[in-house]
Design a protein around this ligand. Sequence first.
Ligand code: CP
Length: 311
Amino acid sequence: MNKGLSADHLLGIKHISKEDIEVIFQTADSFKGVINRPIKKVPALRDVTIANLFFENSTRTKLSFELAEKRLSADIINFSASASSVSKGETLVDTVNNILSMKVDMVVMRHPTPGAAMFLANNVDAKIINAGDGTHEHPTQALLDTYSIRERLGEVAGKKVVIVGDIKHSRVALSNIFALQKLGAEVMVCGPTTLIPKHIAQLGVRVEHNLKKALAWCDVANMLRIQFERQEINYFPSIREYTMQYGLTKHILDDLNKEIVIMHPGPVNRGVEITSEIADSDQAIILDQVENGVAIRMAVIYLLAAKIDRV
Ligand code: CP
């Protein structure tokens, strides 16, 4: 294995260096070999206990972290907000400190509040991994997305990537922008004016409202779902009108005189942001992203565990 991480937690891509991302990728390369063996497990973290705290719904991220931890032989405990004492008025810090007193070393947390992971890292004594904090960041998603681009196209540097859809409410978009830029890609966001934050160009990204022009520019299109659960008002007249302007179809891709890579972080709303025909095509790397998520999360957990004082 290679050198370690300089970061003490994984709170967001904004806070980690390009070198740390490269170390995570190199470590994930080794773990991708492990998870494709008949025996998919290593004894690396037999002495580490990890708590998975999910205060928001999740399928991919929760199962992917859990599997990554099991593949590393860590002990794990799982916690969901609906079944916890948080609903009885206990603070987040008290809840987590109670869990840590059971000799837990690391916390993976998804929380609806932007900044919750950073708050926890500043107030408890454990390694913290942000599994998504509201509309803020989803760092392991961006790592697995950029790792999947590197796998499909050989490298991320110099590639043109458009992120399409509900940029305003998307933690995936923000983390991807930081990761892609750190790795030397050019980034564009595309969607209706109402779903593009006003000042996003200040992050150094291009803004395009026309899907066909965006696709003509890019090498990779990352299609996001509309995050209705975070929208307090309507941002476009109807889903059908959104799909007519921003839904990706075979017809649109056939009109491009090049092949682009199609990504989606999931959950996919088939027939809204992307048709089934495209989602299930060889151009789409959606399930590769999910597979790579386990290797990436194994790498992040393994590298942070190496920084725990285990004597
Ligand atoms: N991509 C993603 O975060 O999916 P889940 O919400 O299912 O974890």
